[in-house]
Design a protein around this ligand. Structure first.
Ligand SMILES: NC(=O)C1=CN([C@@H]2O[C@H](COP(=O)(O)OP(=O)(O)OC[C@H]3O[C@@H](n4cnc5c(N)ncnc54)[C@H](OP(=O)(O)O)[C@@H]3O)[C@@H](O)[C@H]2O)C=CC1
Ligand SMILES: O=C(O)C(=O)[C@@H](O)[C@H](O)C(=O)CO
Length: 292
């Protein structure tokens, strides 16, 4: 299938549309990813924290696809930040995935309370120099986290994977990424389903004979985002991929742009450090969610 590709700043290319596997139970992941690959996905987004890297690797191995046909992203878990611990965690991830090389390795959260960003990044740069990862990037970084990193980095992050959907569009952060040659990769791109009943989106979908999810995925592609919708449902996986045969008009794009309300679903990147207490109801990291 002819899918759009984006060129990362360091000349690596990646598919603009991929399959996310957050919250896919480990025991189901091989089958889910196998369905995704059969549907035509050629980019899979996982993370050490998801606990399902083994299923991703098993599906890749069973697929018969050549290694360079599928782009694999995984992420360093927050407790593993630090120079030595990053190298050890990376070894564990590739072993679990059953791969020699990861296409994109991301720092999962900035975790400002841990104070390990620069040590972690030095290890990521070394992994890239050694050819063990093709590209390195970050996730959930706000401009001030990026500024600290860009000041010290020898290799700049090529991707910042952040929450973006019609109700939380992050226009300033996307502009900051673009200014610094960092590609925005949109996570929770469907707002975990929350935006699919919006009348503006259902209205556009009805007029174009498309589904709400297709309209939202198409909106991301036209913004230039890399987009990684998650689904465990084969028909939805296929639907989310079938977005190349239509285009949103400037008026439709503007109507969706108008839906932004700063409604963050995930943790606040300044407040979340990945400690157990951050996950508890009422923690500052979660209060920050409500505060946007
Ligand atoms: N870096 C980070 O911190 C984060 C990264 N991510 C990444 O982003 C990916 C996507 O984000 P995620 O949070 O999972 O949420 P999404 O916005 O992708 O939404 C997923 C939800 O939408 C449903 N869905 C998918 N397609 C359709 C469709 N066509 N019609 C109706 N419902 C649909 C899915 O249901 P079902 O599966 O039952 O079909 C699921 O409930 C993650 O899997 C992960 O890879 C996500 C969060 C944080
Ligand atoms: O899905 C992810 O990648 C996330 O980071 C969060 O949504 C999730 O809560 C988590 O893993 C926090 O570490």
């Amino acid at each position: 299938m002819n899918q759009p590709q984006v060129t990362l700043d360091d000349r690596t290319t990646m598919p603009q549309l991929g399959l996310g596997v957050f919250q896919v139970p480990p025991e189901d992941t091989e089958q889910v990813v196998a369905h995704g690959l059969a549907a035509g996905y050629r980019s899979i987004d996982t993370a050490a924290r998801y606990g399902n890297e083994a299923g991703v690797g098993a599906a890749l191995a069973a697929s018969g696809l050549a290694r360079d046909e599928v782009f694999v992203t995984t992420k360093l878990a927050n407790p593993d930040q630090g120079y030595d611990s990053t190298l050890t965690a990376f070894d564990a991830s590739v072993q679990t995935l059953g791969l020699d090389v990861v296409d994109l390795y991301l720092i999962h959260w900035p975790c400002p309370g841990r104070g390990e960003t620069l040590n972690t990044w030095r290890a990521m740069e070394e992994l890239r120099a050694a050819g063990r990862v093709r590209a390195i990037g970050v996730s959930n970084f706000l401009p001030h986290h990026l500024a600290e990193l860009l000041d010290a980095a020898e290799v700049r992050p090529v991707v910042n994977q952040i929450e973006v959907h019609p109700y939380h569009q992050q226009k300033e952060l996307r502009a900051f990424n673009a200014e610094h040659g960092i590609l925005t990769e949109a996570y929770s791109p469907l707002g975990q389903g929350a935006v699919l009943d919006d009348p503006v989106i259902t209205g556009i979908a009805g007029r174009l004979g498309r589904t709400p999810a297709q309209v939202v995925v198409r909106w991301h592609l036209q913004l230039g985002n890399v987009v990684i919708p998650k689904s465990v449902t084969p028909s939805r996986m296929a639907e989310n991929l079938d977005v190349l045969g239509f285009e949103l008009s400037a008026a439709d794009m503007a109507a969706i742009d108008g839906l932004d309300r700063g409604a963050r679903i995930g943790f606040h990147p300044d407040l979340f450090n990945g400690y157990p207490e951050d996950f508890e109801e009422g923690s500052p990291a979660r209060t920050g969610v409500a505060a946007g």
